[in-house]
Design a protein around this ligand. Structure first.
Ligand SMILES: Cc1cc2nc3c(=O)[nH]c(=O)nc-3n(C[C@H](O)[C@H](O)[C@H](O)COP(=O)(O)OP(=O)(O)OC[C@H]3O[C@@H](n4cnc5c(N)ncnc54)[C@H](O)[C@@H]3O)c2cc1C
Length: 569
């Protein structure tokens, strides 16, 4: 058993920002990550991070309150308004802090941080570093974390929480470099494991974005909130779903159909290509469904040619590289074929504005959490902001909790942590006993295509019911999976099999929530219930884990400042 006061699971932006904050409060912090932190999915973020700095000449009267309004309107009024206001008020401060810690933001000639327009925003509010914003932010925090003496345990694959006497006191991890399971115990745990994009076959997310932290929390009895809200980004590359940032449209890129039309004029006459993502993705899908995809096929074009070589090379160099290497298309010369692709998990572990959950000692931050600031549809640039704002707040809250209960968790940890490690060994033995007949790779492939085809951009009851039945059957089949190999280091077969059990549970929460919510709101668009229904559905869904499938209930949305209205762009 390894002991630290605070165990942070996840070395992305949320986990590292939490760790740095708790360390500054004098806490002994360990970060566990399945990859070296600098390789977390946060590093793939391209377009930017929002804050009402009012640096752009056209945005000089921007304020945190206007940012909060855009966020709440973008969320289709499902975001908790106190949380959105908290995030947008904290935003300028955390950006300046990242700047002071060395993040190389792009700048205007006068030296101030540059800001580009993004979807659903009333002002150019998105701070960026070319099209590598996530990479710059992440490396700034990786440096800071090492410099501040935070202990890093990399290539540790966390599999479950340790809960004792109603408190979370640690986690169990498979040590990929040495083999075997180990308990990491502390007085509090912060989960910061990112999104669950890999539950879909058509995602922009990294291979490790499998929703593991959500699954572990859920299986330990913590609630998942609003899981039916899945964001489809308008512009993934046709053949790989690799992301072409919204910044490409922020810099002036067009969306074009087979007739050569900028078709967004039909759907969002004012905002055009910079409508929010839910609306833009539905518009693209409608063009495709009605036969106006390129050559009548299932894609449209992102056209950047009119921006010119110089602007593309300066502002979007990474986008150009990705298009050349993964689609064989140079955006300076040709339009880029794109399709809407799964991109972001709006729902997640139910937390308050300090990252606290209903389980004492257990906190969550970043994409695995649902505070909620994104509601039914996240605005581009608000997720990087969420990781840093709520990473920082949860680190501070966990430190306060630990300081209030000195020694509590760790002293009691020996027996329950040994039992938890033993349970993992037994679970692996059972999988490897050869009694099962099911291949986990086949189950995973069927699950991800079911989620894509039955819980996609447009949804209806018959399609979702068939999808849910398939998912429940896959859950049953997953009880009979077999491991090819239970020993050794870097046992990917074991990791992928263990992780699949959690992915199915998380996907089932999405599927059940989507079928239950009989309205259209933000990203959840039902052809059989096309209108938003504030009378019955202005509320968050909550999923309770049960072995046979989720049980749902709900809780109210925090309203207050902004009256729900029809969204027009
Ligand atoms: C391609 C792409 C581009 C994006 N661009 C933008 C953008 O421009 N602006 C914006 O606001 N948002 C953007 N987003 C969204 C945003 O980047 C993410 O929501 C955010 O970075 C998530 O950060 P995180 O810290 O929550 O998790 P991540 O960065 O995903 O980190 C998760 C961490 O958890 C660890 N982990 C996971 N499971 C386990 C386990 N079982 N055991 C141990 N460790 C584990 C991983 O090793 C990793 O360190 C983008 C997302 C993608 C996919």
């Amino acid at each position: 058993m390894i002991n630290h006061q605070l165990i942070v699971v996840g070395g992305g932006l949320a986990g590292l920002r939490a760790a740095v904050e708790a360390r500054a409060d004098g806490i002994d912090v360990a970060v566990l990550s399945q990859v070296w932190p600098g390789r977390s999915h946060s590093g793939a973020a391209q377009g930017g991070i929002n804050a009402a700095l009012a640096n752009d000449p056209e945005g000089h009267d921007d304020t945190p309150e206007k940012h909060a309004f855009d966020t709440v309107k973008g969320s289709d009024y499902l975001a908790d308004q106190d949380a959105a206001i908290q995030m947008t008020s904290d935003a300028p401060g955390v950006i300046f802090e990242m700047e002071h810690w060395g993040c190389p933001f792009s700048r205007y000639d006068d030296g101030r941080i540059a800001q580009r327009p993004f979807g659903g925003a009333g002002y150019p509010r998105t701070c960026y570093g070319a099209d590598k914003t996530g990479h710059y932010l992440l490396h700034t925090l990786v440096e800071r974390a090492y410099q501040r003496g935070i202990t890093m345990y990399t290539e540790q694959f966390v599999t479950r929480l340790i809960v004792h006497d109603g408190r979370c006191i640690g986690v169990v991890a498979y040590d990929m470099t040495k083999g075997g399971f180990e308990a990491f115990c502390g007085e509090a745990v912060i989960m910061a494991t990112g999104g669950a994009g890999r539950t879909y076959s058509n995602t922009t997310n990294a291979i490790i974005s499998t929703g593991g932290g959500m699954a572990m929390a859920y299986q330990a009895g913590v609630l998942l909130k609003d899981m039916e809200f899945i964001q489809f980004h308008p512009t993934g590359l046709l053949t790989t779903n690799i992301l072409m940032t919204e910044g490409a449209r922020g810099e002036g890129g067009y969306l074009i159909n087979d007739l050569g039309e900028r078709f967004m004029s039909k759907y969002a006459a004012k905002a055009m290509e910079l409508a929010p993502r839910d609306i833009t993705s539905r518009s693209i899908q409608t063009e495709i469904n009605e036969g106006r995809g390129i050559g009548g096929k299932g894609y449209v074009y992102l056209d950047l040619r009119h921006l010119g070589a110089e602007k593309i090379m300066e502002r979007l160099p990474g986008i150009r590289d990705l298009a050349i290497h993964f689609e064989g298309v140079d955006p300076i010369e040709e339009p880029v074929p794109i399709v809407p692709s799964q991109h972001y998990t709006m729902g997640g572990i139910d937390t308050d504005v300090n990252g606290a959950t209903q389980l004492p000692g257990f906190y969550a931050a970043g994409e695995c959490a649902c505070v909620s600031v994104h509601g039914a549809n996240r605005l581009g640039g608000n997720s990087l902001l969420e990781t840093i704002v709520f990473g920082r707040r949860s680190g501070a809250a966990a430190a306060r909790y630990i300081q209030g209960e000195p020694g509590g968790g760790a002293q009691a940890a020996a027996a329950p942590s040994a039992a938890a490690v033993q349970e993992m060994a037994v679970a692996v033995d059972r999988l490897a006993s050869g009694a099962g007949s099911e291949d986990s790779y086949a189950i995973r492939a069927e699950m991800t295509t079911t989620m894509k085809e039955h819980f996609g951009i447009f949804r209806d009851a018959p399609t979702m019911r068939t999808g849910l039945d398939t998912m429940l059957a896959l859950k049953e089949r997953s009880r009979h999976m077999t491991l090819r190999n239970k020993f050794g280091v870097f046992n990917l077969d074991m990791m992928r099999t263990l992780e699949l059990e959690g992915m199915i549970d998380v996907a089932l929460a999405t599927a059940t929530g989507a079928l239950a919510r009989t309205e259209s709101r933000g990203s959840h668009s039902r052809t059989d219930y096309p209108a938003r229904d504030d009378v019955n559905w202005l509320k968050h869904t909550l999923a309770h884990y049960q072995p046979e499938g989720p049980r749902l209930d709900s809780k109210p949305v925090t309203l207050g400042t902004f009256e729900p209205q029809e969204r027009k762009y």
